[in-house]
Design a protein around this ligand. Structure first.
Ligand SMILES: [Zn+2]
Length: 441
């Protein structure tokens, strides 16, 4: 690729490697929407991408720029995790329960501890460091019902210059008293967090009712009121993850046509609203999600670990009523911070539901695809001038096995697919946030 945007300003830094540039979804638009630039440079100035193109030409144009040489490594936009719970980092990989038991046995006790500001700050620090080690630069995050847990995450994220979306969990029933708020408190505390954090640097607050079971109708009405008052605000919750959960929700909301309708009648279906899981949706629900422009968060490692079920990506991709699907770890029900592990499991879950994902589709998904689903694709998710310089550098030969396998790779597509299948945090050579290298292996 020749650089279509000749640099006019001076670059601080040029990151050298093989640039992987997605312009669209290779699944629907074909493999040609992925452009690979062999010896590329990503020139960065003031936290943004200034130019992407041939390395030698960029160096000539920017002789004063520092060069980070990752020759032979891939450079992509930083990974985006569209659904995760930072306070569950301490219970990842907890044994032997399905969704509702798992919440009661592990999740709620862990979240109660986040009422302590010191504990919350430590957990936020571990979460922010782990995501960086895995090349994840942006995430959409559940905190706990304590506003201080959001403060802890946002303080750390701001210090790192991260683009981050997070929300205080709203829950006022079917949970320990220490985690329950009230509709009034959920409203007031979310309003205060919006005033404190939303739009500060690269941070956004999301309206975050945990799920229908732990919110009264009065509280979901409050979530809807917040949504009306803040039309552009992200929303995050859970939908149709397990059969027991669906049956319980039906008992609690007898007036609703189905689970999706519970959120719909409270005004929570819209673009930038991410509904994690969506495993057992009926056709009517798919249609409503499509009409509303809402997003499903697909969390394959979580769905497999908790035995929740297999998400059917083909149903979301139906051309006559497409539903945006974001890819997510769902830590700590999910078992890895790695988007590579998550991409691999998504590929396998798709196979089990009769769909063969195109080889580059998951790399698009974890970058530009998720940026689009979260309504951030004018800022992140692409290697293009003007975009925020969040980057991940991927090392094809980081482990003895990938180094051996790499010798037999036929082309970039084969190599990238191999890396999604075999890669993990060792595969992430470096992570850049707004042009600054915050992790280097
Ligand atoms: Zn979740």
């Amino acid at each position: 690729m020749n650089d279509p945007f000749p640099p006019s300003a001076a670059a601080d830094r040029i990151v050298r490697g093989i640039a992987v540039c997605f312009d669209d979804d290779p699944w629907t638009a074909g493999a040609s929407v992925c452009r690979i630039v062999e010896d590329a440079g990503v020139a960065v100035a003031d936290g943004s991408i200034l130019a992407v193109g041939d390395f030698a030409s960029l160096v000539k144009g920017h002789p004063a720029a520092a060069v980070d040489d990752f020759t032979g490594h891939y450079i992509l936009p930083g990974f985006i995790d569209a659904h995760t719970h930072f306070p569950q980092t301490g219970i990842i990989g907890a044994y032997g329960a399905q969704l509702l038991d798992w919440l009661n046995t592990y999740t709620f006790p862990a979240e109660i501890r986040y009422g302590d500001a010191g504990h919350a700050a430590e957990g936020a620090g571990v979460f922010l460091a782990e995501t960086l080690r895995h090349g994840v630069t942006t995430a959409m995050v559940f905190a706990t019902s304590h506003p201080a847990s959001v403060d802890a995450l946002m303080t750390g994220a701001r210090d790192q210059g991260r683009r981050m979306i997070a929300g205080k969990v709203m829950m006022d029933r079917n949970a320990p008293a220490a985690l329950c708020d009230t509709p009034r408190r959920a409203y007031d505390e979310t309003k205060a967090l919006i005033a404190r954090w939303h739009g500060v640097d690269r941070l956004e607050i999301a309206i975050t009712p945990r799920f229908a079971i732990t919110s009264t109708p009065e509280q979901l009405a409050v979530a809807g009121a917040l949504a009306r008052e803040h039309p552009g605000l992200p929303i995050q919750t859970h939908l149709s993850e397990s059969k027991v959960e669906i049956a319980t929700t039906a008992r609690l909301y007898p007036e609703a046509v189905d689970y999706t309708d519970v959120y719909d009648r409270h005004g929570l279906l819209r673009p930038r609203a991410v509904f994690a899981h969506g495993i057992y949706l009926a056709e009517r629900e798919w249609q409503r999600l499509s009409d509303a422009g809402a997003v499903i968060g697909h969390c394959p490692t979580s769905n497999l670990f908790l035995g929740s079920g297999l998400f059917d990506i083909a149903k979301a991709k139906r051309a006559d009523r497409p539903v945006a699907v974001a890819l997510a770890t769902d830590v700590g029900g999910g078992t890895s911070f790695s988007m590579l592990r998550t991409m691999d499991e998504a590929y396998k879950v798709a196979h089990l539901t009769g769909t063969s994902l195109p080889p580059l589709a998951t790399w698009y998904w974890a970058t530009l695809g998720n940026a689009r689903a979260l309504g951030l694709d004018d800022r992140i998710g692409r290697l293009a001038p003007g975009y925020e310089a969040d980057l991940v550098v991927v090392d094809p030969v980081a482990t003895p096995l990938t180094a051996y396998r790499d010798r037999f790779a036929r082309d970039h597509q084969d190599r990238l697919f191999m890396l999604q299948t075999l890669g993990d945090d060792r595969t992430v050579a470096a992570t850049y946030v707004a042009g600054r290298c915050l992790h280097r292996r």
